[in-house]
Design a protein around this ligand. Structure first.
Ligand code: PLP
Length: 395
């Protein structure tokens, strides 16, 4: 089928909850994808950072196939041989005592919210049903009803109320506002170390460190959402490591399975995840053996191929080159690692469409920002290839 045929089918039979670029991808390898007509494009989105390891990485693929031959799903009614091995790997890699595996990023955020609330009641001693969580304006943590309850994007909420109570919104990057918002009923501060969907917004230096100190002093959990920023994207295994902080809980997803499978998790110390008793929380698919085998291979690739360091070095190069483009449309180039936002003075969509015509796939975020987030296995030559096209479009 051609692109035109497939677009017509999708328009007719699919819900219109996305506005994708009209490129119909049929296969992919590393940083490259091909459409149904066989045209090649450089992927500068990496499935919103889920394919940090590059598309169809052979090591992760091998783990998937090998595990799919043996057993794929047991549910947590029984145990499987892969889950303990993933849990141990996460512990040795991150130092957290425990992990709770889920599937999507939003589910892991919901899990962290439940853990924080239960910690608030059972450990901190907050009165029943009074626990509050401080979040940031401009946040993006997913699309469930509870999560959009504290979104500050009108479109994410319009038409979806009534909402879940118990959240207080403060400006991102403002530690004093966080401190002022905390009460005796606050159980957690939930924050992205860099706001991705808001347009790769990097907070002022020292913000997370100040937030961590405030949380410690006021006995509030620091819960960091690393679903998009983590696992190498921001030039470190976790973006919060740039600030030298140790959150009480870390939420991971996306690249945890290198794009082969939805796998997410909450990582935390025993004091936090230990609040869950059997029956408190669960998921039919969370922790299934296929997911765990894939996630272990995906983590191995991140570590063995040094992807966080690669992201730091190549990201600095990319940002530097983009800043020197001298475009009349560009207001700011910002980012960390291979995670770059190019803020324009006008809507970014036509620029993304022009880039697609030249063979580079990017997606606008929050209307005026072009997000550039290629798989972390990209080479300098490939970045230069993309930069030639950015130069053409942005000048
Ligand atoms: N948290 C952050 C920071 C994200 O960027 C996203 C997705 O973009 C999510 C959570 C939700 O993840 P998912 O789409 O897998 O539910």
């Amino acid at each position: 089928m051609t692109t035109t045929d497939l677009l017509a089918l999708e328009e007719r039979y699919g819900a219109h909850n996305y506005h994708p670029l009209d490129v119909v991808i049929e296969r992919a390898k590393g940083v490259w994808v091909w459409n149904v007509e066989g045209r090649r494009f450089l992927d500068c989105l990496a499935a919103y950072s889920a394919v940090n390891q590059g598309h169809c990485h052979p090591r992760i693929f091998a783990a998937l196939v090998e595990q799919a031959r043996r057993v794929t799903l047991t549910s947590r009614a029984f145990r499987n041989d892969q889950l303990p091995q993933l849990l141990e790997r996460l512990h040795t890699l991150t130092g957290y005592d425990m992990a709770l595996p889920m599937n999507s990023g939003a589910e892991a955020v919901e899990t962290a919210i439940k853990a924080a609330r239960k910690w608030g009641y059972t450990v901190k001693g907050i009165a029943p049903n009074r626990a509050r969580i401080v979040v940031c304006a401009g946040n993006f943590h997913g699309r469930t009803v509870s999560i959009v309850s504290f979104s500050t994007e009108a479109q994410y909420r319009d038409g979806f109320g009534p909402f879940t109570p118990g959240f207080d919104v403060v400006p991102f990057g403002d530690a004093a506002a966080l401190e002022a918002a905390i009460t005796d009923e606050t159980c957690a501060f939930l924050v992205e170390p860099i706001q991705g969907e808001a347009g790769i917004v990097v907070p002022p230096d020292g913000y997370l460190a100040q937030a961590a100190a405030i949380c410690r002093e006021r006995r509030v959990l620091l819960v960091v959402d690393e679903v998009q920023s983590g696992l190498g994207r921001a030039g470190a295994l976790f973006a919060h490591q740039h600030d030298g902080v140790r959150p009480d809980a870390v939420i991971v997803g996306k690249a945890l399975a290198g794009g082969f499978y939805p796998v997410s998790a909450v990582l935390a110390h025993r004091e936090v995840l230990g609040v869950f008793a059997p029956g408190d929380h669960g998921s039919t698919f969370g922790g299934n053996p296929l997911a765990c085998a894939v996630a272990r291979a995906a983590l191995d690739v991140i570590v063995d191929e040094g992807l966080p360091d690669r992201s730091a070095a190549l990201g600095a190069y990319l940002i530097d080159r983009l800043r020197s483009l001298s475009s009349p449309y560009v207001r700011e180039v910002r980012g960390r690692g291979l995670w770059v936002g190019v803020e324009l003075d006008r809507p970014a969509r036509p620029f993304c469409e022009a880039l697609m015509d030249l063979g580079v796939l990017c997606k606008e975020t929050r209307e005026r920002v072009i997000r550039i987030a290629p798989p972390l296995v990209i080479t300098t030559d490939e970045i230069d290839w993309a930069l030639e096209r950015f130069a053409k479009v942005l000048r």
